[in-house]
Structures are given as structure tokens and as C-alpha cells.
Design a protein around this ligand. Structure first.
Ligand SMILES: *[C@@H]1O[C@H](CO)[C@@H](O)[C@H](O)[C@H]1NC(C)=O
Ligand SMILES: *[C@@H]1O[C@H](CO)[C@@H](O)[C@H](O)[C@H]1NC(C)=O
Length: 303
């Protein structure tokens, strides 16, 4: 008959050994963990990678994603990840659009938070966006559109419309630096306030996967998904990530990560966040599985 207790012991040990790190997902503006499409997206990633997924909801979802300043959204997300004991040995992040800035906020600002290993970013406005994303026909949009009649870098607008925390008008960089409350800090752009802790934390990632959508009509320019952006003072040309000061002077460790071969710049056709299931399998899932599969994937790519 054997010993049933022994059997249970081996069963548990087997599960522990093969289980990948858990991951969290941070949705974009106007979305919600409850939306069916988004839920399905997470479910597929979780099934394919055989890892536990956590959808982090900040406040009530759609409304708060539009109206709560990103500094506050990040602080809430930081507390959330600290509460999930399953993440304490490390976890991965999948970010969508605006959720990528909250993800970076967790990585850079979250004192005492669990360590982040891999960060997969889909269509993130990492270097800013040159215009506020258009609000649709939802209820919140009347409120948002009314406030956006005001000066984008005023304290009032910054405190009430989340995406203004990363609107970077290339011809108005001085006001951006002095008035924009979130991205200048996140990107260590303010010379007198640079904090090496943010850089240290961001450059400790094991992999940074930056996915750009070639036909992105939401974030402007689309290259911001790779940290590319306009030069200060003009709307052209779009600088490659490596041509920006953020990279060259290594304000947040992007260059450090890149030189260590840890940044994967990925692009494929499609509008904002329009990722196919096969691209999910190729570009996201390997980073959510255990180390063995990541290494296997890298070796395949190098051929
Ligand atoms: C830099 O950020 C860390 C983490 O939030 C903080 O503990 C530290 O006080 C900051 N340093 C400065 C000089 O502001
Ligand atoms: C994955 O590999 C890295 C580098 O080889 C190592 O530092 C890290 O601890 C590994 N993570 C896990 C979860 O095994």
C-alpha cells in the first residue's frame, strides 16, 4: 500500500519545485480587472505560463484610473503588492499602457516592497506622451474633458486627471519639469532631485521587455514605448532610446540594463495593445515561466 503521508509529501514538493514566480498585471486607463476581455488576457497568460496571476485594481478601476493622480495610484499599488504574501520571494509584472508607469512606480518608489524580477511592458508611455489620451463616451469623460480645458501643468489639473502626470509637450519642457507631478520624478529628469535609489532599483530587473505597437494611435510618439521621444523643443525627429539624455546619462538605469543585455526591444504591427495570442506566447509567456525557460528562449533567439 505504501505510506499515504509520504505520497502527500512528494506531491507538495513537486508542486513547489515546478511552480513559476507569480505575476501581477496592471491595466490601462479606463479598464478594470472585471472586464471580460482583460480577464481573459490574464487567464491565458496564467494558464500558458503555469504561474499565479494577480490583477491589481486601484480604487474602483475605470473612474479612478482617469482621475486619481499617479503618485497616489502608485502608493496604493505599493501597499497592495506588500499585502500579497505570495509575492514576497519575487514576482514579475505585465503592464498595459498607463499601467506601465504604475509598474515602474512600484519598482522605483515602493520602499520595502517585494523584488520585481521581469517586467513586460505593452505600449507604455515611458518617455511621456505629447497629448492627453482622448476620453471616450464614458461618464467620467465629461468631467475629464471639462478639466482639460485648463492648463495641463497647473496643480489643479495634475491633481484631477491621471494621464496629465505623463503628458510631455516637447515645446513646453520647462513647464513640464516644474509642473508635471509624476513622470519627471519617475524618469529622474529633474537634475537637482535625481535619486540614485530609483536607478538602483530599476536596474536590478532581470529582464525588461518593451513592446511597441507599430500602428499605435494612442501614445504619441509610439516610440515612447521604448523610451524613445522627441527632442526638447521640437516635435521632430523622434529620438531612438539610445539618443535620449535619459539613456545616455543613465538617469534610471536603462542604459545599464541595456548594456547587460537585459532589455528586449520588441515591435510588431497593430494598434495600441492589439497583441495576438501567438505574440503573447512568444514575447510575454517566457518571462513569466521559471528561469529555465527564459534561458532556453534566449538561446533560441541568439541563433
Ligand atoms: C530617494 O528615494 C528613496 C526611496 O524612496 C528614499 O528613501 C530617499 O530618502 C530618497 N533620497 C533623497 C535624497 O531624496
Ligand atoms: C533567475 O536567474 C537569476 C540570474 O541568473 C538569479 O539571480 C535569480 O535568482 C533567478 N530567479 C529564480 C526565481 O530562480
Amino acid at each position: 500500500m505504501g505510506n499515504p503521508r509520504m505520497l502527500v509529501f512528494f506531491f507538495i514538493a513537486f508542486i513547489t519545485v515546478t511552480q513559476s514566480l507569480p505575476f501581477i498585471v496592471l491595466h490601462g486607463i479606463g479598464d478594470s480587472c472585471k472586464h471580460r476581455g482583460f480577464y481573459n488576457f490574464i487567464k491565458l497568460l496564467s494558464d500558458w505560463s503555469e504561474s499565479q496571476a494577480y490583477c491589481i485594481e486601484i480604487g474602483n478601476g475605470p473612474w479612478d484610473s482617469w482621475t486619481m493622480p499617479l503618485t497616489k495610484q502608485t502608493a496604493i499599488a505599493c501597499e497592495e503588492v506588500k499585502k500579497i504574501s505570495d509575492l514576497r520571494h519575487g514576482y514579475n509584472i505585465v503592464g498595459l499602457s498607463q499601467g506601465n508607469l504604475i509598474a515602474r512606480g512600484i519598482i522605483e518608489f515602493c520602499d520595502g516592497g517585494p523584488p520585481v524580477k521581469n517586467f513586460v511592458s505593452l505600449g507604455g508611455p515611458h518617455a511621456g506622451t505629447a497629448s492627453t489620451p482622448r476620453c471616450g463616451s464614458e461618464l467620467v469623460c465629461e468631467f475629464v474633458d471639462a478639466i482639460l480645458q485648463l492648463e495641463v501643468y497647473s496643480s489643479f489639473v495634475q491633481a484631477h486627471v491621471a494621464p496629465t502626470g505623463y503628458v510631455k509637450i516637447p515645446t513646453d519642457v520647462a513647464d513640464y519639469i516644474s509642473g508635471c507631478k509624476f513622470l519627471p520624478k519617475l524618469n529622474n529628469e529633474i537634475a537637482s532631485k535625481r535619486n540614485s535609489t530609483y536607478k538602483e532599483r530599476f536596474s536590478s530587473l532581470e529582464n525588461l521587455v518593451l513592446i511597441m505597437f507599430e500602428d499605435d494611435s494612442i501614445i504619441i510618439p509610439k516610440e515612447t514605448a521604448w523610451f524613445g521621444y522627441y527632442p526638447d523643443g521640437a516635435f521632430h525627429p523622434v529620438l531612438t532610446p539610445q539618443q535620449t539624455k535619459l539613456y545616455k546619462e543613465d538617469w534610471i538605469g536603462l542604459r545599464t540594463l541595456d548594456e547587460a543585455g537585459k532589455v528586449k526591444f520588441i515591435s510588431f504591427s497593430g494598434d495600441h495593445l492589439a497583441i495576438s495570442q501567438s505574440d503573447m506566447k512568444t514575447y510575454i509567456v517566457p518571462y513569466l515561466k521559471d528561469n529555465k525557460s527564459i534561458n532556453g528562449y534566449n538561446i533560441q533567439c541568439q541563433k
